[in-house]
Design a protein around this ligand. Structure first.
Ligand code: SF4
Length: 197
């Protein structure tokens, strides 16, 4: 087949396509952040902290945003100055600091549009379900290789019973909720997540 000879390898074309999608999402995110008077890193950290009302350490916020601790510290200082985030004593270690969003910070974070919404919005529900399965698989691989910070996905959760009912419409089970799950129910950032490690 002619195209087998003239095409770039499949992994490379996939990587190129994903890089294009990421660039579009990043651009949309930057435009929204600019409109809210935030840098993209500040916006990323604010949303991360807002999703964790119990409070998070600076190192976790830096790992999530993929920046150095010093850069995250600058972003946190700017967010504090804008009254979007506060430092509290960590409940589990009084000497440590936990970051928590203020009421205003939570409001901004919760109104933040998903930068990938226009990208996934063009897919059918079946295509979205297939994509979700692939995204969860990719996150799991990255996490196993320690290339990303731990994520609150079902597949890394101690409550998750993978393929507990094979060949059914709801093969998985969440012991926390006590309910069967289909592929499209898998979560990538669940507040009830507890690490299986
Ligand atoms: S608690 Fe959340 S992350 Fe854990 S299995 Fe249930 S839905 Fe998934």
């Amino acid at each position: 087949m002619k195209f087998d000879q003239i095409s770039e390898p499949l992994p490379q074309r996939l990587a190129d396509g994903l890089a294009r999608l990421a660039a579009v999402a990043r651009q949309l995110d930057w435009e929204t952040a600019e409109g809210a008077g935030l840098t993209p890193t500040q916006a990323d950290i604010l949303r991360f902290v807002s999703n964790r009302p119990e409070g998070v350490r600076l190192t976790a916020a830096a790992a999530h945003a993929g920046v150095r601790k010093a850069t995250a510290s600058d972003a946190v200082a700017a967010l504090e100055k804008k009254s979007l985030l506060r430092k509290h004593a960590d409940a589990s270690d009084g000497r440590a600091v936990a970051l928590k969003a203020t009421t205003r910070g939570n409001r901004i974070a919760q109104q933040w549009p998903s930068s990938f919404a226009p990208i996934v919005g063009g897919l059918s529900p079946d295509e979205q379900e297939t994509l979700l399965t692939l995204v969860v698989t990719m996150i799991r691989h990255l996490q196993q290789q320690q290339l990303i910070a731990p994520q609150r996905t079902c597949v890394t959760c101690r409550h998750f019973r993978e393929n507990a009912a094979p060949d059914t419409a709801t093969p998985h089970f969440c012991a926390f909720v006590g309910a069967a799950m289909a592929e499209h129910h898998l979560r990538v950032d669940c507040q009830e997540h507890e690490s299986a490690a």
